[in-house]
Design a protein around this ligand. Structure first.
Ligand SMILES: [Zn+2]
Length: 257
């Protein structure tokens, strides 16, 4: 009986710590009173020269437009500190993140736990001040891979895994995906119809108040596409064609209800 109670107590303690740490992470990453540090860690997913070469030559400035975009949008939504977000490129990571094998509550918990441990290991290996948000970018060689798996961003764990293309001409579109997953880690939700990929109206529109609503001139970051007319949706080529809409700004607490 004592052992049983003790086991239950330990289990409750672990669950309590997990709940507290998720709550603390959510609060400390979305209070916007000091710079939130985001680290981007490249990984050569295709083990060939093109991919390794691309990663080795990635300049630190290759992620600059992500920081510029997030800080510009934060300011537009009323965040007052000078640099709400810093986005830094870290050295490449050799080990790949754990794969999500099967769907199911337990399998997902196990995968997310392994992903957190992986992130901690990878960040420690970089030997620099650890960022609060860790985004692992798996680069694929576009001449072998036409479509890549879905990217993810987890608020519980503050980790993102992005699938991207090792091609200089795609750096700017890769950065749209990286920014999208960063915002997921801050609590933003997707704003497109998963069946048709159409942006949801009004939350998935960068300018929902536009009358008539078409054509939109930019995509809402969590919608991924913007409406030219009621059935034509355009993928942005860079963050220059993307905005953070009011619904996302509210979710990540740039604005308050
Ligand atoms: Zn998403």
């Amino acid at each position: 009986m004592v052992w049983r109670n003790l086991r239950i107590a330990i289990l409750l303690l672990i669950l309590g710590i997990a709940a507290w740490s998720n709550w603390y992470d959510r609060l400390s990453t979305t209070d916007w009173d000091e710079t939130l540090r985001v680290g981007v860690f490249p990984i050569a997913d295709s083990d060939n020269e093109v991919t390794h070469d691309y990663i080795a030559r990635l300049p630190a400035a290759s992620v600059a437009d992500i920081e510029q975009f997030l800080n510009g949008e934060a300011r537009r939504h009323g965040v007052v500190i000078a640099r709400p977000v810093s986005v830094e490129l870290y050295p490449p990571v050799a080990e790949k993140p754990p794969e999500r094998t099967a769907d199911g509550v337990l399998q997902n918990m196990w995968w997310s736990l392994r992903l957190r441990m992986y992130a901690r290991r990878a960040v420690r290996a970089a030997g620099r001040r650890p960022p609060q948000i860790r985004v692992f970018v798996r680069y694929h060689d576009p001449s072998f891979t036409r479509t890549v798996p879905h990217s993810v961003g987890l608020q519980k764990g503050l980790v993102g895994v992005v699938h991207a293309f090792a091609d200089r001409q795609m750096t700017r579109t890769n950065n749209v995906v990286i920014a999208h997953e960063i915002l997921h880690t801050l609590g933003a939700s997707d704003k497109y119809d998963p069946a048709t990929l159409a942006p949801l109206y009004p939350t998935g529109y960068a300018e929902p108040e536009l009358e008539p609503p078409y054509p939109q001139s930019a995509a809402e970051i969590m919608a991924g596409r913007y409406a030219i007319d009621s059935h034509t949706f355009q993928i942005p080529e860079s963050l220059d064609e993307v905005l953070v809409g009011p619904a996302t700004a509210l979710e990540i607490r740039w604005t308050r209800p």
